[in-house]
Write a protein that binds this ligand. Structure first.
Ligand SMILES: *[C@@H]1O[C@H](CO)[C@@H](O)[C@H](O)[C@H]1NC(C)=O
Ligand SMILES: *[C@@H]1O[C@H](CO)[C@@H](O)[C@H](O)[C@H]1NC(C)=O
Length: 498
């Protein structure tokens, strides 16, 4: 009986994903992370491992907590946080509930309450009031989900991803101001509120909150020191984030980030322990943006050495066309690797003068150390590996090594577009010509960019099993945990969204 709505849900999900995928490479470039599973995961954030319907084989049943869970309003006591993820295609709201030990507890049928509206705030350039009003339905739902006596103790945060800035700082600020006004006064909700909590979320914050969420879900926080934690590299479509815990000694060595809004180290007090979290967001090094850099880094004449034989045409990203025609001989792994290395700008001068303390493109590496010994690779790493059959994509996570990407790259590079279409039926046609490039990029990034040994065991992850749920580690959960954690220790105040 219950199988029917679930099936409908799965269909809806596939349609959504298909829509996102086919909209690429279109105008909504910042939707690209969705194609790779990360943002799309918001839809299937609550994955149940349950036996609550008659289809026992299907333990990957997505449960969308939308209208149906609103009647979970009497969800009961606990500590709640309401987090808005204002992306370019829509605004998503997550309501998380924790017990007094800061353990995540379910709301209704899921591990969170989730709802979203379309389009995103950035579609309302010049209409700040309309932008603010667009989230009103979500606010109303939040008010129904959180028990009324707890609303005053419930923090409400909105993090707008960088897409909002594309409409210009002034327009973006007006929209954020209107949203603050709505949340603070107009809507007459009494959520805990701080103007700084409604802001653009910087890349490094996305990285450090992701780290918090992942380590929380893996039960790594509060046990032992930072060496017990795991590091994470998360590749979206536009940008790439790295985050891991470092020692206080290394944290003290952090250089000033070149950009005033950026910083390398965030200090968090979580589950009774202080953590120095190194995080950096490499803008334009996400899976789709990096293709542009690689196409711009041709070393052997007019053709890219990374494009599969037989491809003719342009790569469109952010509305710009880039010639991606393959050379007559097709892709050559060794040459492609050189072009990828060039795109990574490995020889760029390091922000601080020291030996080997930068990753690539002049970015401080954080110094390495035990916080990086166990490494999780998220979003596009998992997605691509699953698509080419390196791992079983049905599993929420799988172990692999950088060298497995090299093996897959060498194989793909030899193929023509047609051969690759036949060999990788799981890869969408529009992405097939880039398989050699994408795989070579991921390998080169890990080994030359981040200096990993090619035999290092890494975990490719899309979701983390936490209790009975498979949960996607993403920044909204991290920021909810941070917002509800007691503030102790020596906290570093970040400006803006924190
Ligand atoms: C590729 O882009 C160039 C420059 O923007 C344009 O002149 C050309 O017609 C495009 N080619 C294709 C196949 O779309
Ligand atoms: C490489 O880094 C240098 C120095 O930071 C910078 O000027 C240059 O634009 C970078 N090149 C690429 C391709 O990103």
């Amino acid at each position: 009986m219950a199988a029917r709505p679930v099936a409908a849900t799965v269909l809806l999900l596939s349609l959504q994903l298909a829509w996102w995928s086919s909209s690429y490479p279109g105008v909504q470039v910042l939707a690209d992370a969705a194609v790779l599973g990360r943002k799309a995961g918001g839809l299937l954030l609550a994955m149940r491992d349950g036996n609550d319907d008659d289809n026992d084989n299907d333990n990957d049943k997505p449960v969308i907590n939308a209208e149906s869970s609103v009647n979970a309003a009497a969800a009961g006591p606990g500590r709640y946080a309401v987090i808005f993820d204002a992306g370019s295609t829509g605004t998503r709201m997550h309501v998380f509930r924790f017990d007094n030990h800061m353990d995540l507890v379910g709301i209704g049928h899921g591990i969170e309450f989730f709802a979203k509206v379309k389009p995103g705030l950035s579609s309302y350039a010049g209409e700040p009031q309309e932008a603010a009003n667009s989230i009103l339905p979500l606010l109303k739902k939040a008010k129904r989900v959180v028990p009324s006596e707890l609303i005053e103790k419930t923090p409400l945060k909105l993090g707008a991803t960088a897409g909002l800035r594309l409409i210009g700082d002034e327009q973006a600020d007006k929209i954020l101001e209107a949203v603050r006004d709505l949340v603070h006064t107009k809507s007459k909700t009494q959520f805990q509120y701080n103007p700084d909590w409604i802001n653009v979320i910087e890349g490094y914050q996305e990285g450090s909150y992701l780290w918090v969420a992942l380590n929380y879900l893996l039960d790594k926080l509060g046990v032992g020191d930072y060496s017990q934690t795991v590091g994470v590299v998360d590749m979206g479509g536009g940008s790439l984030q790295m985050a891991y815990a470092i020692s206080a000694k290394d944290a003290a060595k952090a250089p000033k980030a070149p950009d005033a809004d950026d910083r390398y180290v965030t200090r968090e007090y979580l589950k009774g322990k202080d953590y120095n979290i190194y995080a950096h967001s490499y803008l334009h090094y996400g899976a789709f943006a990096a293709r542009v850099k690689i196409l711009d880094a041709k070393k052997y004449g007019q053709f890219s050495s990374c494009m599969l034989r037989g491809f003719k045409g342009n790569y469109t990203y952010n509305g710009q066309q880039h010639d991606a025609t393959a050379s007559p001989e097709g892709a050559v792994y060794g040459k492609c690797r050189e072009e990828v290395a060039k795109a990574l700008n490995l020889s760029a001068p390091c922000v601080i003068s020291c030996c080997g303390c930068c990753t690539f493109n002049g970015v401080w590496s954080g110094g390495g150390g035990p916080g990086l010994d166990t490494l999780y690779l998220a979003s596009s790493f998992h997605f691509l590996a699953a698509q080419v059959g390196m791992i079983d994509g049905k599993l929420p996570s799988a172990k692999s090594t950088p060298s497995a990407f090299r093996v897959a790259a060498k194989k793909a590079c030899q193929m023509s577009v047609e051969e690759a279409k036949a060999a990788y039926p799981g890869v969408q046609d529009i992405h097939v010509p880039y398989l050699c490039m994408d795989l070579t990029y991921q390998y080169t990034l890990l080994v030359d960019g981040f200096g990993l040994k090619s035999i290092k065991k890494v975990t490719l992850v899309s979701k983390v099993k936490h209790g009975e749920y498979y949960v996607q580690a993403a920044w909204p959960l991290g920021t909810a945990i941070e917002a509800l954690s007691p503030k102790m220790g020596h906290r570093h105040r970040a400006h803006g969204f924190e």
